[in-house]
Ligand binder design. Structure first.
Ligand SMILES: [Zn+2]
Length: 237
């Protein structure tokens, strides 16, 4: 299994690592990585690997059976198995994903309805809600959302036994994204602390450390998706 360094420190933009395998498709597997693999609506990281005598652009990162698989750009020279490399993220892009991702947690607070899907991209994101009627005051929702951001709540994660989740099914807001599980434990992401907790849900993504770091956001269009669902877009300003 690849050690996923971003789970403990989302702010790690660089780290060393050793190439442990190259897949048949030319994907790179490392002993440990800062590259987040596409999942839960968050895109995989891109960046570069540098080693003694070589460099390789990473176009994206996907999920493999043993953890993230780094996908080199077309035509890139691959580091050999056993080589120690320096991994560097495209930090501007990753940090933007962290800001949008954390903002989507807050969107699920101001629209307290079941989430059926979601997606994050560069500077914007969306959630699909089980919401038969469109909200009648988008400006009011946007004001509450920006209030939660400006309150600069701390964002932390904690691992709990799976039974805690199984006995509190209300914690799972996102029906389409199975929370990360492993060795009987599950990762919860908390916004706010103690009695001031604003949101608590299982999530394996990367988040900013405080909500103020998201900066102001605006709500975009709200699309009807079938009889039951509305797609709500959120943009960093
Ligand atoms: Zn999350």
């Amino acid at each position: 299994m690849t050690r996923q360094l971003f789970q403990d420190d989302a702010y790690l933009a660089e780290a060393t690592g050793v190439i442990s395998a190259v897949t048949d498709e030319g994907g790179l597997i490392l002993d440990q990585t800062v590259f987040y693999a596409t999942s839960g609506g968050q895109p995989g990281d891109r960046g570069s690997l540098n080693w003694d005598g070589g460099t390789c652009e990473i176009a994206t990162t996907v999920k493999g059976p043993d953890g993230p698989v780094l996908i080199p750009a077309d035509g890139a020279t691959l580091p050999p198995v056993g080589m120690e490399v320096m991994q560097s993220l495209d930090w501007r892009l990753r940090h933007t994903h962290m800001r949008v991702h954390t903002a989507l947690h807050l969107l699920s607070v101001v629209i307290p309805l079941p989430v059926t899907g979601g997606s994050i991209s560069d500077g914007k994101g969306r959630l699909d809600f089980d919401m038969p009627e469109a909200p009648d005051d988008k400006a009011a929702l946007e004001a509450v959302l920006n209030g939660l951001i400006e309150a600069d709540h701390v964002v932390t994660d904690e691992w709990v036994d799976e039974e805690v989740l199984d006995s509190n099914p209300d914690l799972v807001k996102t029906m389409s994204v199975a929370p990360p599980r492993g060795a009987g434990r599950i990762r919860l992401v908390r916004i706010g602390a103690g009695a001031e907790t604003v949101d608590l849900q299982p999530c394996g993504g990367t988040h900013v450390a405080r909500t103020g770091e998201i900066g102001p956001v605006r709500l975009g269009k709200i699309e009807k998706k079938g009889a039951q669902n509305r797609r709500v877009y959120l943009h960093l300003v």
